[in-house]
Write a protein that binds this ligand. Sequence first.
Ligand code: PEP
Length: 257
Amino acid sequence: RDGRTPLMAGNWKMNLNHLEAIALTQKLAFSLDDPDFEAVEVALLVPFTDIRSVQTLVDADKMRFSYGSQDISAHDAGAYTGEVSGVMLAKLGCTYAIVGHSERRQYHGEDEAVVNAKVKAAFRHGLRPILCVGEGLDVRQAGEHVGHTLAQLDGALDGVPEKNAADLVVAYEPVWAIGTGEVATPEDAQEVCGAIRGRLGELYSKELAENVRVLYGGSVKGDNVAAIMAQPDVDGALVGGASLQADEFVKIVRYSK
Ligand code: PEP
């Protein structure tokens, strides 16, 4: 993966209050305080209520973590009770916002139009969307996983210009592998991550496709990450459950050791 910095992104989902967030962030910083992991970018995607605490720690101790949110409003301000805008996230120093996670699509009815609007909202405020795409079990069993995932990618990027798309991160997350312990084989991950890169080349340019990072997500752990990372089109992992345990997440970050 010439020139693409591996990205290990922890999605804490709806876990850890702000005090627990501080404890985990400090533990990670302590364990990762050596030059060994300098070739890897580590991002913490945390609940909205934890962002300020993570920001304060990262700034005060110059921690080498990026951080961000797990969702973003499609709107910038106004009468949208319960939502958090890109303006607010940018003000908190966020680099990333997860967009279109399968749990948002499933439990909050986020369709392609919503995901597309949220991708655009992130770019409006200088945030980098971590765009999640991936098929459910029925689609996989029907052998339509590549087409399905590329259609999600097309929908999410509709009308997004190349200058923005260059800052995109895509996460291929087969829904059947999320939180199930059922990890995709390295070949499965490569097949779809490679297809995503190919489509980015068609939608934009070969140069953009070579630079955008494509992650795999779905039951990544310390003992399966190296085989997945050995695939040429997998540039990192979006990690749910294992990102809540400092030791396990540190193993993932140190996958090459
Ligand atoms: C996720 O929620 O993005 C995820 C990949 O979860 P897990 O690692 O727990 O499967």
